[in-house]
Design a protein around this ligand. Sequence first.
Ligand SMILES: [Ca+2]
Ligand SMILES: [Ca+2]
Ligand SMILES: [Ca+2]
Length: 489
Amino acid sequence: MKKLYLLVLIACILAAIGYAYWKLVIPTHRVEVRSELVMLGDLDDDKRWTDNDLKILDAFLLDPFYIPYSITCRIDMNQNGLIDKEDLEILRSLVIAKGDPYAAEDAAVAAGRPFPRPRECYRYVPLMEYRPRPLYALPYPLAGESDIDWLMKLRPPVSTISYGNALDAALYSEAIRLDQAWRKRKADLLPIERDYAVKKLARAKSLFQAGERYELLLALMELVEDAETLTERGQPEVPLKMLAFRDHLREVLGSKLYEDFKSGKKDWRALLKAVSGHLKTDLGLVYDFGKLGLPRNLTHLENYLQRTEWQYYKSTTRKEDFIALIGYAQHDPRYLRAVARTSRRHLDPNVENHNLPMVLLFREALRIKNGDKKKAVGLLDESIRIPYAWVKSIPGEKLPGSLALDNFLLPGNKEDGADKSRHWNVFGGICIYKSPQEALDLALRREMQDLRDGNYTEEAVQEFFRDMIANINGMYHVMTVNPGLLAGK
Ligand SMILES: [Ca+2]
Ligand SMILES: [Ca+2]
Ligand SMILES: [Ca+2]
């Protein structure tokens, strides 16, 4: 028996040494390759260039923003980050040459055109890193009859070399994306949706006329997100009523009454009386803030929720999900543009810098979690908590005065940090886990408690309004968003 044990032990040691030798001594076994080889232009993945690839290309040209990423990136034959005319010419030449890249190259050279060497039609792409979608840079024949009447004035971009070039290229692609979504939606819009859209389109036009390209890009992104994901049709009335209430909170912040509060002519009770009035007219709710009870401990999402349910969703968040969401937040060009809108301290009273990036982050979390809102809220909540040591290594006073850097590339200004993002996501989550009514009630109690703790100072009053605005933005959006809205159109 002892002998057998000894033999097994020796066998194990020999196996371990053998593996170590294989792994450590032979250099190529130490290298882990995290990329795959992609055949550009092979859109149907049959390893040949044929008519079927051109059929898929035609489908792309009809609906360029709803074709999967894996196909769109292979259309970018010249790998310049744009879907441009040269890409189409190269792919068509390859098919005309019956899929023979040498013949296609000979034909192009004979005609005096540059053409990729056959080897250049293959590219390694990383498996783990986030890869942005190429921008649409083809001429757009529908521009002439678009409801976006300034679309005709945009020219297809040819490069993204300079900051200005890249901004124009993003603008061009986003404007066409909006036009495409708008065409699908406009016949079925409800009157209120049409009103909002008309106002936002008019604002976009005035930004175009003023040459405010960065603000225009963000306005277009907001319109695209609305058109692709939001509808009031078939929804309960609560979310829209909350939005009206949020707009009234902003109105109070900009009112004469608020000025009077700041100059000491009125006290906080008068302001909260105005808030009560709006709660009554917008939502039919009666709130006497002077008598409002204490909330429970409301710092963490899990305190509102059934522990087991929350734990279940937390434990299904895989490491790959975090990596995917962080990759998106660190590299997606649209998100980076949106999150780059920050203000110097205290110059964003209406929390306007914040919503669009949260909308984009939540949509990505939903994509990662296959459309499950509870899981998406959980993923986002956990991601917001991931600390970034490199930020902590910079002394506070050395950080730029306007950037909320403290955590996970989150949106907002320095005074908000990650806090407003948690508000947005947590109260959005409570709407889904419990109900919008309970979420709103908890939000009001919590912010009232903060106001009491802050001794009703001007700063505390302003944060009451700003936190409520962030809370409602999250609630409205998490309840209403439907990324698959255009799927069948
Ligand atoms: Ca093919
Ligand atoms: Ca290209
Ligand atoms: Ca607060």
